[in-house]
Design a protein around this ligand. Structure first.
Ligand SMILES: Cc1cc2nc3c(=O)[nH]c(=O)nc-3n(C[C@H](O)[C@H](O)[C@H](O)COP(=O)(O)O)c2cc1C
Ligand SMILES: CCCCCCC(=O)C(=O)O
Length: 387
């Protein structure tokens, strides 16, 4: 299949579905339980409408942004996904090189198949953050954090929405297993993947089972502990409410990545694009807010930016690209999204991807966002009843 025939991210999803085996496709595509949230992440974008403005000279569109003081060429980064070796032998190294090629941010999972050092060394000039799962053994966790800092990662992304792994039916039905050639590289191949027969132990990660791999007792006080062992900025990934956003501010966190783990954890939580506005409002100018979940087109990116995200991240679409052609496939996915964002900006009269000010008006049925000194209205059709 030539790359010309894949023109949108959904084409890459189709390709991955046709080419991955059941084990890998099941792992990458799964959502939790009935997959309400998984579906809603994409559908909620479709419920939003853009109000374009014209005659605004859109001949130059600047898509660059800064995240925690670091410049990126576009406000579209790559979220952490475990086990990218299931999609391509290039694994996380292919993804990292593509992200560096586009001068954008890649978040590397604790559960990568290459070590964080190998990933960094493959593309040292690209901006990388390290995603952390806090393990019950604090010494192991501290070791990961220190290694990430030493290797050159610029932030710690602490995932907070996975005290226990969600119930994902495909993994339960078929018994997810890691092929023997892949390893959980950062943990020296800790026993996270041994073809367990017991379907209740789902992902072989031991989550919630006897060999628990994530610290279920993790709490707000541990932010101070993390701060005490490293000097990297801390981003919380998985926050979905204004209440928790306010706590994040109180605990001196540097950023929030609004996420529902791609619909893989608690089914029934809001789509991330719906959760975003209350978090942006609660965070004010105290910390940076990013989002992921269901971003599939340039207009999705524009909607998230208009609702106050500083940048968006993609999870599965990068994996689909990787499956298609390794680094080249991920680069193609990024180039499509970038091109679509550029087009969406031109067609809506927007010249910059950074938002100087946000005004959320609770009394109004729409959320009013000052964008590039213009006003762009995002109308939630459910709330407004206008359509
Ligand atoms: C196969 C897969 C593996 C994931 N692994 C991780 C992980 O290791 N750490 C993490 O914080 N989030 C992980 N996530 C969640 C993603 O970081 C991200 O939140 C989600 O995929 C975004 O939604 P999208 O796939 O619709 O873009 C994973 C998601 C998928 C689909
Ligand atoms: C101990 C954590 C296992 C999680 C595996 C990776 C992940 O986040 C996922 O959604 O899958």
């Amino acid at each position: 299949m030539s790359s010309d025939s894949l023109v949108c991210l959904k084409d890459f999803e189709k390709y991955a579905k046709e080419h991955l085996n059941r084990n890998s496709w099941g792992f990458f595509s799964a959502g939790a339980e009935g997959c309400q949230t998984l579906r809603d992440n994409e559908e909620a974008f479709r419920r939003l409408r853009l109000r374009p403005r014209f005659l605004r000279d859109v001949s130059v569109r600047d898509m660059s942004a800064t995240v925690l003081g670091q410049r990126v060429d576009m406000p579209i980064g790559i979220s952490p996904t475990a086990n990218q070796g299931l999609a391509s032998p290039q694994g996380e190294i292919g993804t990292a090189k593509a992200a560096a090629q586009f001068q954008t941010c890649m978040i590397c999972s604790t559960y990568s198949n290459f070590t964080m050092e190998d990933i960094m060394n493959s593309s040292p000039d690209g901006l990388k953050w390290f995603q952390l799962y806090v393990r019950p053994d604090r010494e192991t966790t501290a070791g990961l954090v220190r290694r990430a800092e030493r290797a050159g990662y610029k932030a710690l992304v602490l995932t907070v929405d996975l005290p226990i792994v969600g119930r994902r039916y495909p993994d339960l039905r078929h018994g997810f297993s890691m092929p023997p050639h892949l390893r959980v590289a950062n943990l020296g191949n800790a026993d996270l993947s041994q073809n367990k027969k017991d379907r209740n132990e789902a992902l072989d990660y031991g989550m919630g089972g006897p060999d628990q791999s994530s610290d279920i007792a993790l709490s707000w006080k541990d932010i101070a502990w993390l701060r005490s062992i490293c000097s990297l900025p801390i981003i919380l990934k998985g926050i979905l409410t204004a209440e928790d956003a306010r706590l994040a501010v109180q605990h001196g966190v540097d950023g929030i990545l609004v996420s529902n783990h791609g619909g893989r954890q608690l089914d029934g939580v809001p789509a991330t694009i719906e959760a975003l506005p209350e978090i942006v409002q609660a965070a004010g100018d105290k910390l940076e807010v990013y989002m992921d979940g269901g971003v599939r087109t340039g207009t999705d990116v524009l909607k998230a930016l208009a609702l106050g995200a500083r940048a968006v991240f993609i999870g599965r679409p990068a994996v689909w690209g990787l499956c298609y052609k390794g680094q080249e496939g991920v680069a193609k996915v990024l180039s499509i999204l970038k091109e679509e964002l550029s087009l969406a900006m031109a067609l809506s009269g927007v010249s910059f991807s950074q938002i100087p000010a946000i005004v959320v008006s609770p009394s109004h049925s729409s959320t009013r966002v000052c964008y590039d000194t213009l006003c762009l209205y995002m109308i939630d059709v459910y709330k407004s009843g206008l359509y």
